[in-house]
Each structure stands twice: as C-alpha cells, then as structure tokens.
Design a binder for this molecule. Structure first.
Ligand SMILES: Nc1ncnc2c1ncn2[C@@H]1O[C@H](COP(=O)(O)OP(=O)(O)OP(=O)(O)O)[C@@H](O)[C@H]1O
Length: 693
C-alpha cells in the first residue's frame, strides 16, 4: 500500500516505468523488409481475421473487428464513406504490425550553442528567441520539449527539424557530424500542431495518396497496400479506413497525420503539440503510440505544454525551456532528484511536470530560473540522463558511425515530377467530386445566376431599342465571371496553403508539381460551369444565333474566369483570408472604372488612359462587344419600340468608342494577364514558403 510518490509517478524501484498499459513490445523475429522486390511476409492476415495479437495486451483487449462489409482489398470505388461523425472509441493498436515496419538505425541528435533570431520588421530590429541552448537527444527515445507558453518550444522544434533556417545560429549534429539539411530532411518528418489533412478524402484515400507521392512507382501496388494496412492496424485506424477525414475525431486525425508520415518510415519524427485539443484518453493513446514507434530506432521529439503526471511518465527524456533557455534536460525519472539537488524540492503531491513549469514561469522567483539554467549548463550537462556514463560524445559517435552517403538526387522529393503531378491531379479530382463549394455550389450558382440574367434581360440581344440593356448585361456577366472565381479562390486557397506548406516541407511534392496539378484540376469545373452559364444566358437573352459569335462569347467568358481566378490566387497566396476578402473586391473597382463601362474610353482623362490598358475587364468587355456587335452585324430588330436609336450596331460602337474588330487583341491581352498573374502567384507562393522558414 505504501507507494512513494516517485514510485507512483515513475514506476517501481527497478526503474521500470509504470506505464500502466500492460503493453509488451516484442522483438521482431522475422521483420519484413520493404523493398520493391520483396514479397511481403504478412503476419497481418490472422489479425485481419480477428485473431488477437500475440504481443499486445492493451486494455481493453477487444480483438480488431474484421473489415467492413463490402471491403475489397485496395479498392476504393465500391466503398461509400459513412456520413455519421465517428465517435472516439476504444482503440486497438496492433503491435504485431509494428514488427512489419522496418527498424531504423538510431540517430543521435545534438545541438550546441543554438540561437534563433527573428527579424521584427522595418525599424523594429530583431529578437533572439533561443539563447545559445545546448542539448542531446539520443536515438530510440521519446523526447518532450516542455515549457511555459512563449518559452520557445515550437521555435526549437522548427530549428531542429530544419523547418526554420533563417536566423539560426550554432551547430546541430547528427551522430556527431554536422547536420546536412537535405539528407536530414530525407530521414525526418514534421507533424504540425493543427492537423493539416485533406478533409474530403477517406483515411484509405489519404494513405494511398501519401504512399503514391512518397514511394512512387518503384514500390509495387501490393507492397504499398500491405504497408498501409500495417500502419493502419498499428495506429488503430484500420476500421475507419473508409471514413472521411473530416468526420474523424481529434485523436484519430492526429493518428492519421502520423500514419501518413510513417509511410516512408522516417528515422526522426518531430511533432508540435501532438496532444493539444485532445481529451486525456486520446492524449495517452497518441503518446503510447509514439512511445511504441521509438522501439524500432526512431527518435520522436514533441513539444508539449504541460503534461499530466500520467502523460509525463510516458516520455523517456524531457527538455524544459524557460524564455529561450534550458532549465532541465534529462530523463523523466530524474527530474525529482534534479530538483532536490538544486534545493528546489518538488512539493508533496505535486506533479513534477507542473512544478518545473511553474519554476520556469518564474512563479517562485526569477532567480530560480537562473539556478536551474546554471545547474543544467543551459542544456550541456548530461548528469541527469538515465545513464550518463553511457551517453556517447560526438567523437565516439563519429567513430561508430561511418560518414553517411550523400544523395546525388538534386530534388528533395523521392518521386518524379510527373508522378507527383498525376497523383495530385487524382487527389484533386476526388476532392472536386465531393466539394460542395468549389464544385456543386459553383455549378449551381452559375446555372441560377444565368437563369436570373436570362429572365431579366429576355430578348435584349436582338432588340435595337434595348442595346443599352444588353450592354449592361454584358458587363454584369463579366463581373459575375471574374468575381465568383476570384472570391472563391481568395477564400479557399489559404486553407490549401497550410496543407501545402506541411506536405511540401515533408517532401511529398515540389511546388512546381503542386501548382501544375492545381491549375489542371480546376479546368473541367471552370469550363463546365462557364459553358452552362454561357449557354443559358446567351439563348435566353436572344444574342445572335451564330456559332462563331457564340464561341467568341464563350472564349471571352472563359478567359475572364481564368483571369479572375489567377488574380484571386495571387491575392490568396499573398494575403490571409481577412485581408484578401477586403483587397480583392477593392482592387476590382478601379478595373471596372477603367473598363469603359461608366466612363467611355474616349472620355477618360488622358493621364488615366493607362488604366484602361491594365484593366482585364476592359479587354473582356471589348471582346464581348466584338462577339455581339462586331463582325459587321446587320440591322437589329425594332419590335418593342417605335424608335430604335441603336438599330445600326455601328452607331452603338461609335458611341462607346469600341471598334468591334479587336477580338484577337483582347484574347491576347487576357492571355498575357493570365500568364502574368499565374507567374506572380507562383513567385509569391515560393517567396512565402521561403519567408516562413
Ligand atoms: N516570427 C516571430 N516574430 C516575433 N516573435 C516571434 C516569432 N516567432 C516566435 N516569436 C516569439 O518567440 C517566443 C517563442 O515562441 P514559440 O512559438 O516558440 O513559443 P512556444 O513555447 O511554442 O509557445 P506556445 O506553447 O504558446 O505555443 C514567443 O514570445 C513568440 O511571440
């Protein structure tokens, strides 16, 4: 009965952490090695038939449920994603599946005198966030970076993972040698705090896309499928493989993020606050899972705000920061003795993790922070490691590990540009099929607005007395095409951007491949919705029934759609949603004024004439006029009024100072604008990704 607090928190006197999980991770007797030529020796078959794992005694010990009815291995076509939200349920982690993941050679990570300075902007100078911190993260360990809010945890994680390179000073060593960032990125991954997942894809689809992007065609379909199954079984997601990601619970999303990165089996995994937003049971499950993954040589480094005693004991090692300085580095078990040694004993019945954070916050005086910092030598003391004498120094590590081979590949991604494009296009089409805003609503709105315009401007296209009404209609169509696509892009692209930043950093694909795929994926929906709109409005408003004019009209409409979209992309890549939604319409207003709609081009003041040359709406309007009133159109009908002022289209063209023969110039100008805006968006996107890092 008389259990000491230390025993309660950290296990029995033999030093065995009392995780209370009842989990034994067995040795992999015949680990399967993944490569393109190896036929996987699956031990998962029995499990998939509901046999309990031999090495897992997770409580509750419910055997995994067999695959859902209708499941056909690897087939996605016949599976319908369930519509009900998924409740977090008891998770079965199949630890046998872990044996099928190839083990990794552990990597020892060390950093010395690491500082990180950020630029605060023009005339505001800079700010140092990390102050010459040192540390050592041995391989095969689950390491927590802890500290109060604003202590620099995420910043340290960013610097160590290579996500941030600007303003980083000091050295980062891997197995005793200076880190080669491209090589390191090939063996590591970064899982962000917010789950940046594709919400409209099922778990299975997300996994397949990740596998195709990361493994490409060099790994057979069967092997990818088998690897996905093993990972899903290991992470307790197998029974949810047909669930849309948007319907997963927080813990399941977190596990899916981890699952997708495990596909290419990284050696070092960085996770930013993996437990944030999860209930205590989900937190425990995620950390238990991470702990299990370290057993095969992986080093897992996570930031964590303030873990409960139960969560704290799951970690092997902890690194505590206070205002950019290290105040403790060592094993979780030795935190209490460490505090005792610096005369800051942890009060009775107090969680040591809470206590060190309170100390790091300065709740017991700022002098205590200095005491802790000097006791740990800002992270360079190894005294409080589990077995300090066995911790290998850089020189010993260099002797032990040969110089790592440098990859000759120029690109960081593991697969070709064409593979990345085709997989991203496939993903884009799945999303487009299910996306209510980008696809269904967009098509619906185009049909509804076209019908509304048609009803409002019935017969205006053929009637001489209603030429001005028709002119208004043409302008309204232009505004519709440019604004709907522009605002849609401004509103939706920033969400895509956050996913892009994560996936691009984790080397799933290059920016060029993403950009190409994104451009191509949207084409069918853009063309279809524009065609439906044009067909309805053109016929209903009785525009001239000549094929050539119809196609001219459609081409200008489509080009306006593309210009609006490209302009929206540029704004969306540059600004956040709030600023973007303000700027996009505001910048469109001058374009409207310069289009020659309110003020004819002739009446524009000479010093403002340049404006009409940069207004895409001017080229759109001129193109529409050429399609409807150009090509020497004959006399208009005059059935609705006794006098038709614009019975002769030439007269109208003179009035609005448009010649009606500028169609190809307008097409050229619009094409140039599409290219320019697209190029600018790409450059802004590239610069933005670089500036974040
Ligand atoms: N780009 C930046 N410009 C200015 N200050 C920054 C920048 N990035 C981080 N900081 C500051 O550096 C400090 C550390 O930030 P960081 O996000 O690493 O803290 P954290 O320990 O992860 O906090 P939290 O637990 O709240 O996420 C904070 O004070 C933050 O405001």
């Amino acid at each position: 009965m008389a259990t000491t607090r230390e025993q309660f928190l950290f296990g029995n006197e033999n030093g065995v952490a009392g995780l209370g999980l009842g989990i034994e991770i067995g040795e992999a007797p015949n680990s399967r090695v993944y490569n393109a030529t190896t036929e996987p020796v699956s031990s998962a078959g029995g499990r998939r038939n509901g046999q309990p794992s031999t090495t897992t005694t997770v409580t509750p010990t419910s055997a995994p449920t067999p695959p859902q009815a209708g499941y056909t291995n690897g087939s996605t076509a016949s599976k319908q994603p369930p519509l009900e939200p998924v409740e977090e349920e008891e998770v079965h982690f199949d630890t046998d599946a872990l044996n099928n993941l190839p083990a990794r050679e552990p990597v020892d990570m060390e950093f010395k005198e690491l500082s990180l300075t950020v630029n605060l902007g023009f005339k505001r100078g800079s700010k140092e966030i990390l102050h010459n911190v040192c540390g050592k993260f041995p391989g095969s360990q689950l390491i927590a970076i802890m500290g109060p809010s604003g202590a620099g945890k995420s910043t340290l994680l960013d610097a160590l993972s290579g996500f941030k390179t600007t303003g980083v000073d000091g050295s980062i060593l891997l197995n005793g040698r200076r880190r080669d960032l491209p090589s390191f990125r090939r063996m590591s991954c970064y899982i962000t705090q917010d789950d940046r997942l594709q919400p409209l894809l099922t778990v299975n689809e997300n996994m397949h896309i990740a596998a195709d992007l990361k493994l490409g065609n060099t790994v057979s379909y069967e092997e990818k499928e088998s690897r996905i199954e093993d990972i899903l079984l290991l992470l307790g997601l197998y029974n949810h493989d047909q669930t849309l990601t948007v319907r997963l619970s927080g813990g399941q999303k977190k596990r899916l993020s981890i699952a997708m990165e495990l596909i290419n089996n990284p050696t070092v995994m960085f996770l930013d606050e993996p437990t944030t937003g999860l209930d205590s049971s989900s937190c425990t499950k995620v950390l238990e899972l991470l702990k299990r993954l370290t057993s095969q040589g992986r080093t897992i480094i996570c930031t964590i705000h303030q873990p409960t005693a139960k969560l704290f004991q799951i970690f092997d090692q902890v690194y505590v920061l206070s205002a950019g300085n290290c105040v403790y580095q060592g094993s979780t078990q030795k935190l209490v003795p460490f505090l005792q040694s610096v005369d800051l004993p942890c009060p009775m019945y107090h969680n040591p993790a809470d206590y060190i954070i309170e100390l790091a916050c300065g709740e017991y005086g700022f002098d205590k922070i200095d005491t802790l910092k000097s006791a740990t030598e800002n992270g360079s003391a190894l005294t409080w490691f589990d077995n300090p004498s066995s911790v290998m120094r850089a020189e010993a590590l260099m002797r032990k590990f040969p110089i790592p081979k440098r990859s000759k590949a120029r690109s960081l991604e593991d697969t070709s540009y064409s593979n990345q494009c085709s997989v991203l296009i496939r993903r884009g089409y799945i999303k487009a099929k299910r996306d209510t805003t980008m696809t269904h609503l967009r098509i619906g709105v185009n049909i509804a607005v076209a019908a509304l315009f048609g009803a409002m401007y019935d017969h205006t296209g053929r009637e001489g007395s209603r030429v001005l009404d028709n002119y208004n209609l043409l302008f309204a169509i232009l505004m519709h095409h440019s604004m709907t696509t522009m605002m849609l892009t401004v509103l939706t692209f920033p969400i895509e951007l956050s996913i892009l930043i994560k996936e691009h950093f984790n080397r799933w694909y290059s920016l060029k491949a993403y950009y190409t795929a994104m451009t191509l994926v949207d084409l069918p929906v853009s063309i279809l919705s524009c065609f439906l709109f044009t067909g309805i409005v053109y016929l209903w408003s009785y525009q001239p029934m000549e094929w050539v004019r119809f196609w001219m009209f459609f081409v200008i409409s489509l080009m306006t759609v593309f210009v609006g979209q490209s302009f929206g992309l540029m704004i969306g890549a540059w600004f956040d949603v709030t600023n973007g939604t303000f700027l996009a319409p505001v910048l469109t207003i001058p374009m409207m004024m310069f289009a020659g709609f309110g003020v004819t081009l002739r009446d524009l003041p000479s010093y403002l004439k340049w404006g009409s040359h940069i207004s895409y709406l001017r080229y759109g309007l001129e193109g529409f006029i050429a399609a409807i009133y150009g090509l020497d159109r004959g006399t208009l009908a005059c059935d609705e009024a006794p006098y038709c002022h614009y019975r002769y289209p030439k007269k109208f063209l003179e009035e609005i100072t448009m010649r009606g023969d500028q169609f190809w110039n307008d097409v050229l100008a619009l094409t140039l604008m599409i290219v320019l805006f697209r190029l600018a968006s790409y450059i802004i996107l590239k610069a933005k990704i670089k500036s974040i890092r």
